[in-house]
Design a protein around this ligand. Structure first.
Ligand code: NAP
Length: 282
């Protein structure tokens, strides 16, 4: 059996450290969450983030907008939050209600408060390897690899999925750590031939059963980012867990792998923003 990469346990440790570090700031870090519409999954995610903030000793406030009022009120609300010195981080929960321009919203969030790292300025800083916010899911994956001392330098890292949320920023972070990265997508030919070369295989597609045991190099670290719901509503990843468990060296569970790490990295980003603001106010 592969060694489990226990994201839930590591995330709990990280949040504990974040709480200790936050307690040393002049005031608690503050996260503003904007939730527009009534998507049930988004409501669950937002409640999770609120709980994380409480665990870390942060202040948090969720601003609720109905789908009807969001088109007129969302951008003015974000502009107010940008100006509010009591807010360190702003998060717009996606997806926005149908017909709303998420790009305009994400570009309106001040880059200094952009704890999801979606603003083009922060995406550019990441691409250039400059200090700044790190996107939560990719940063969480790196933290997991580091905690289990899985080397990245010189290793072949194969990523399935090239989204702006996961695959692309992850490719940049792994490249920055001297990994050799292959970024795959729906048009990639002969996927198994590539995945079988991977020392680190990361799947962020959203298709249950995509990664089978014969696609995995023996001993590889396999990171399953996906969160799919099976017909009974149970959470599953992209990886055929039972079969891949017999081949891989390390494997993330779903749930309890990348998901909690993503949330812990959000807390790290809020702390980072609060620290920077407190230094600016000295
Ligand atoms: P997305 O925007 O839908 O991107 C999916 C990617 O998969 C696309 O690049 C697509 O290629 C590629 N793809 C589709 N079929 C493929 C195939 N057969 N082989 C290889 N690549 C294929 O999804 P996302 O937002 O990145 O999310 C991906 C998954 O991760 C979802 O299950 C999501 O729920 C989960 N997720 C989890 C977390 C977490 O914290 N655990 C965070 C974010 C996302 P094209 O570009 O060619 O279309």
């Amino acid at each position: 059996m592969a060694i489990r990469l226990d994201g839930a346990a590591l995330a709990a440790q990280i949040k504990q450290r974040v709480r200790t570090e936050a307690a040393g700031l002049p005031r608690p870090p503050a996260l503003a969450v904007v939730l527009a519409g009534d998507d049930p999954a988004s409501q669950i995610y937002v409640r999770g983030k609120e709980r994380d903030c409480v665990e870390c000793g942060f202040e948090t406030r969720t601003h609720l907008l109905t789908a009807g009022e969001a088109p007129a009120r969302l951008l003015p609300l974000l502009e107010n939050l940008n100006r509010d010195p009591g807010v360190d981080g702003i998060l717009v929960q996606l997806p926005l209600p149908e017909g709303m321009d998420s790009r305009a919203a994400l570009h309106t969030v001040s880059p200094e408060k952009d704890v999801d790292c979606f603003h083009p300025l922060n995406v550019g800083r990441l691409a250039l390897g400059e200090p700044g916010f790190r996107p939560c899911t990719p940063a969480g994956i790196l933290a997991l690899l580091d905690a289990y001392e899985i080397p990245i330098r010189g290793r072949h890292c194969v990523i399935l999925g090239r989204s702006h949320l996961v695959g692309r920023p992850l490719a940049q972070l792994l490249t920055g750590r001297d990994g050799t990265v292959t970024l795959c997508h729906s048009r990639t030919q002969d996927l198994p031939a590539l995945t079988r070369q991977a020392d680190i295989l990361i799947s962020a597609v959203g298709r249950p059963g995509l990664v089978t045991a014969d696609m995995v190099k023996p001993g590889a670290a396999v990171i399953d980012v996906a969160m799919n719901r099976d017909p009974e509503g149970k959470l599953t990843g992209d990886v055929d867990f039972t079969a891949v468990d017999l081949v891989a060296g390390h494997l993330t569970p779903v749930p309890g792998g990348v998901g909690p790490m993503t949330r812990a990295m959000l807390m790290e980003n809020v702390l980072w923003a609060a620290r920077r603001r407190s230094r600016e106010n000295l």
